[in-house]
Ligand binder design. Structure first.
Ligand SMILES: [Mg+2]
Length: 373
């Protein structure tokens, strides 16, 4: 029986091109991630990535330690075809650390796909879409730089933009939204993300103000635990309210559905802690008629390949994705070749496994390795 024989682990740091003002945490300079390479008994190699964000889900250092110290003993020797059994074992031996578990599960799927000649999307039930509309996040402290970027992107067919509102004063947000609608009219699909910036007290007036710019959705206006406030906004506004920080896993979603606290959810593999868990989450969302949006943290090409395969095979993930990091933010990525973006969409790769290639050369050439085990 084909088993996992070797595990290599990397804590890496990648430079990013632009400063990001995100509300809950600001990012400038570099982002850290953990990469895992598993090798099976017949020598097939699979890759996975854990990309926690310290203000959101946890730290890369913790993910590195979780894999190195706690998960390594159960991963080594695990049968490649028993992915679900391994995910159950991982949940039993260490609480939380969803990103670490996701990284292992991703690498297992990559190997199983390469073994069988199937893509990860095939293994998840088969693809229901070949491309995923790509949203770019407007979060540069320098708004003029973002406007210039939008102009160039609209030219090449990127028309979905998610504005990080609530970081700058409300009047400034209003002026920027007005400038965007004035410049691009209805050619752009505008979405707003408050990243929990508003307090329930007074939030509805702010949301009614921005509502006039006809956003497709308003994401996470208030802190994650303010579900009744979210429910009141969802009820009061025509614009759908989307839950991100409020919706990590299936348990969160059940509460959202019970309180009718959102009209849509952002699904991030890093929050869900696994591809299978993200599909289970979407089963609940489908039943409640809540569409899913493919969110990200500061993920690189391996994590986004996993996200791409997941969305390709999950019908309810119909609101597009924000997998723009490798093409627009990271100055380098560890993949030999980035996943193709065309006409404002991420093209789902055709090859087996994750459909990407990573080599020691592409890894060492394009990232700073902080630790290696
Ligand atoms: Mg968000």
């Amino acid at each position: 029986m084909e088993r996992i024989e070797r595990l290599r682990l990397f804590l890496i740091e990648s430079p990013i091109k632009m400063a990001r003002l995100q509300g809950v945490g600001h990012v400038k300079g570099t982002v850290k991630r953990v990469l895992v390479e598993l090798t099976s008994s017949s020598g097939i190699v699979g890759w996975g990535e854990a990309a926690p964000w310290e203000v959101f889900t946890g730290t890369s250092e913790a993910a590195f330690a979780a894999i190195d110290v706690y998960l390594r003993p159960v991963v080594l020797g695990a049968p490649v075809k028993e992915i679900r059994a391994l995910t159950r074992t991982m949940d039993k031996i260490i609480v939380g650390h969803g990103e670490a578990k996701l990284a292992i599960e991703t690498a297992m799927f990559d190997i199983l796909g390469k073994m069988s000649g199937l893509s990860v999307a095939d293994l998840l039930g088969g693809r229901v879409r070949d491309s995923i509309p790509l949203s770019f996040s407007i979060a540069d402290p320098d708004f003029a730089a973002d406007m210039a970027r939008m102009e160039a992107m609209v030219e090449t067919g990127n028309t979905i933009f998610k504005v990080k509102t609530g970081v700058k004063p409300h009047a400034e947000d209003m002026a920027h939204l007005e400038a965007m609608r004035a410049a691009f009219g209805d050619r752009i699909d505008l979405r707003l993300d408050y990243n929990q910036a508003l307090q329930p007290f007074g939030a509805i007036a702010v949301l009614r103000d921005v509502d006039q710019f006809r956003p497709t959705f308003i994401e996470q206006p208030v802190p994650r635990d303010c579900l009744t406030a979210m429910a009141s906004f969802a009820n009061a506004l025509d614009t759908p309210v989307l839950a991100d920080e409020s919706c990590f896993d299936a348990r969160d979603l059940m509460e959202i559905v019970r309180l009718q606290a959102a009209d849509a959810i952002s699904v991030k593999l890093m929050k869900a802690g696994g591809i299978l868990k993200a599909q289970a989450l979407m089963a609940i969302a489908d039943a409640a008629r809540l569409p899913g949006y493919g969110g990200t943290l500061w993920e690189g090409g391996i994590a986004l390949a996993a996200g791409t395969q997941f969305i390709a095979a999950t019908p309810g993930m119909s609101l597009g994705c924000e997998f723009y990091m490798p093409h627009h933010v990271l100055t380098e990525d560890v993949l030999e070749e980035r996943i193709e973006n065309r006409d404002g969409a991420v093209i789902v790769p055709q090859g087996p496994g994750l459909g990407i290639r990573v080599s020691d050369q592409s890894l060492r050439g394009n990232a700073r390795i902080l630790a290696e085990r």
